[in-house]
Design a protein around this ligand. Structure first.
Ligand SMILES: Nc1ncnc2c1ncn2[C@@H]1O[C@H](COP(=O)(O)OP(=O)(O)OP(=O)(O)O)[C@@H](O)[C@H]1O
Ligand SMILES: [Mg+2]
Length: 378
């Protein structure tokens, strides 16, 4: 899941649906059932009288939050929390402390529990706030870790790709310098062309890197008229289309979706260019169609190109993944990574199908506009 999407989901979580109370005292469990019932009337609250029972219950299903006592037979609340978190990352756990346990609970915070609440101070309001805050904090921790992991993978992949044009620049600079020194300038012009190509490639990688970084911020969303977006895509691909003698077909009346115009332009431009580039048909053709669904639109971008084997349909969205030789098709393998990230940042989804021998179809699902919806005509 994209980190931006996850961040939106976290913001939406308000009330938990399922809670688990772990306490060996029946009276305490009863009190917690009543208090949590009042704080979250719609939530299902289950209880466990023993830590081992709680472990089994958490293995069987996912709770939105676990509230555990500290002093229990066989295993204390902190040890239980450690085991539960090891089994289920980012599980919100609140330690309920008795008089005298507070110091220990403060220490336990460092070992992974989300929060602690002295039993003497448990009220409907305090428990509601503590549970909601714990769920929010765990959700945010998950988003930050995902973002960090995704960024590390991307940086690693990008660093690898930076090396090739840099090597090219070093090699050709040396060659040009040698050629000038020995007075053989015949190849200099050619080698300068290679230098220019390498510099342009570096420039593109820097652009991609900054676009990717920007996509970590949630974009501004508004109603986007896809007619405008498709017109801009048509204008930008016109020279390539003319050169290849290709066709680009878009709906005469495209829908309005909820998203970001700049991102949508980048996404569609990328998909349309791919459809034309990875294509050996005598007339390369890309067609965009729009289908309406409940509260969303799905755009279908289909081509009569090379197609993609089933085993690679998910791989193509990974950074630097390319199916075709660089010598034949110049591409950096980042277009679809950016497109996917941009679609997820708009609360959408993107996937690809490629029926054997029939080119590729990319599907982009996006929320419908908040204003009136129009029916597309193909
Ligand atoms: N419509 C398509 N038909 C066939 N193969 C495709 C299609 N779109 C993408 N691919 C394959 O997926 C790979 C990844 O595409 P992606 O757009 O991410 O990168 P790219 O086109 O190589 O480079 P760029 O970053 O310039 O877009 C491509 O290299 C190509 O092999
Ligand atoms: Mg591409």
């Amino acid at each position: 899941m994209s980190a931006v999407l996850a961040a939106r989901e976290v913001a939406k979580i308000e009330t938990p649906k399922s809670l688990l109370v772990v306490d060996d005292s029946k009276a305490e469990r009863e009190i917690m059932l009543l208090t949590l019932g009042a704080a979250f009337p719609a939530a299902e609250v289950l209880t466990a009288a023993h830590p081992l029972m709680a472990k089994q219950m958490c293995a069987d299903r996912r709770f939105d939050c676990v509230l555990t006592d500290y002093n229990m037979p066989d295993m204390d609340g902190v040890a239980l929390a450690g085991e539960l978190i090891a089994a289920t990352a980012y599980l919100p756990i609140i330690l309920m402390t008795s008089v005298g346990d507070e110091m220990l609970a403060a220490k336990a915070l460092r070992s992974g529990i989300s929060d602690y609440l002295p039993k003497s101070r448990i009220t409907t309001e305090s428990i509601r706030r503590t549970v909601e805050r714990s769920i929010q904090a765990c959700g945010q921790a998950r988003v930050i870790d995902e973002q960090r992991g995704e960024l590390e993978n991307f940086a690693y992949a990008l660093a690898h790709d930076f090396k090739q044009p840099i090597r090219q620049i070093v090699t050709f600079t040396q060659m040009i310098s040698d050629e000038i020194q020995i007075g053989e300038a015949g190849e200099v012009h050619n080698h300068l062309t290679f230098l220019g190509e390498a510099a342009r490639r570096l420039g593109k990688l820097v652009d991609v890197m900054s676009q990717y970084t920007l996509l970590n911020q949630p974009p501004e969303l508004a109603d986007v008229d896809l007619n405008r977006v498709l017109a801009s895509v048509r204008a930008s691909i016109a020279p390539y289309l003319a050169e290849r003698g290709g066709e680009f077909v878009a709906p005469s009346q495209a829908p309005t979706i909820r998203g970001n115009e700049t991102l949508m332009t980048q996404v569609l431009q990328n998909l349309v260019m791919n459809g034309l580039q990875y294509n050996r048909s005598s007339v390369p053709r890309v067609e965009v169609a729009a289908r309406s669904g409940a509260g969303h639109w799905t755009l279908e971008i289909s081509d009569n190109g090379l197609g993609i084997e089933a085993e690679y349909l998910a791989e193509i969205f990974k950074p630097l993944f390319r199916l075709h030789a660089a010598s034949e098709y110049a591409g950096s393998g980042l277009g679809l990574t950016l497109a996917r990230k941009a679609v997820l940042a708009q609360d959408g989804a993107i996937w690809c199908e490629s029926p054997p021998g029939r080119g590729s179809v990319f599907h982009v699902r996006l929320p419908a506009a908040q204003g009136t919806r129009r029916t597309p005509q193909h």
